[in-house]
Design a binder for this molecule. Structure first.
Ligand SMILES: Cc1cc2nc3c(=O)[nH]c(=O)nc-3n(C[C@H](O)[C@H](O)[C@H](O)COP(=O)(O)O)c2cc1C
Length: 178
């Protein structure tokens, strides 16, 4: 049973990355559940590296982990910030390193086989701008034994600009499996 989890990390609520992700998600079949979490609006705890004594999710991360567990597909919905992922998305990934060592969590086993995607927006039309963030997510997915679904790119700076990126909108229509 396919279930999509959208992990949004823009510092503005209805930004370009989210608008593009919503457009792509609108063609998912009605029976495919979608969960949307705005990581930037959650009080995510700081990551403290206590390895090899891993710790499981705490505070707002408990909700995120439950949604991750239920999902077959994890979509990072992320604008480009300084050629990288926004801080809340990166912070979540850092927590995964602690969860890998958390006793009784079976994090690696439970992540294996899930599929990771990226929906991103940026101001700079240079197509190589997203190479670092795409590579780090793809490599992280592969390292975790996850599948890589692919990346959907939009261009825009002011919120809503991406809705004039005809190429991105066209690709959004067929990005996720229908
Ligand atoms: C902190 C910050 C850093 C940014 N860094 C880049 C960058 O490195 N390259 C780029 O093309 N755009 C950069 N931008 C522009 C955003 O990627 C662009 O405005 C994008 O549309 C924002 O997406 P959102 O509306 O989903 O937040 C940056 C914007 C902010 C606020």
């Amino acid at each position: 049973m396919t279930r999509f989890l959208f992990l949004c990390s823009s510092a503005r609520p209805k930004g370009n990355a989210r608008l593009l992700a919503e457009r792509a998600a609108s063609v998912l079949p009605a029976q495919v559940p979608q969960d949307w979490i705005d990581l930037a609006s959650l009080a995510l705890p700081a990551f403290h590296d206590r390895r090899p004594a891993g710790t499981g999710p705490e505070g707002a991360l408990t909700e995120v982990w439950q949604a991750m567990l239920a999902a077959t597909d994890l979509v990072f919905v992320a604008p480009v910030y300084w050629y990288a992922l926004p801080a809340p998305a990166k912070l979540l990934l850092d927590h995964w390193s602690g969860w890998l060592d958390a006793p009784d969590m079976a994090f690696a086993a439970r992540m294996r086989g899930k599929r990771m995607w990226l929906v991103t927006a940026r101001a700079d039309p240079d197509p190589t701008v997203t190479d670092p963030m795409e590579a780090m997510l793809q490599r992280s997915a592969t390292w975790l034994g996850m599948e890589w679904g692919g990346a959907l790119h939009g261009i825009g700076d002011a919120a809503g600009d991406v809705l004039t990126d005809a190429q991105a909108l066209s690709r959004a229509a067929t990005f996720f499996p229908r």
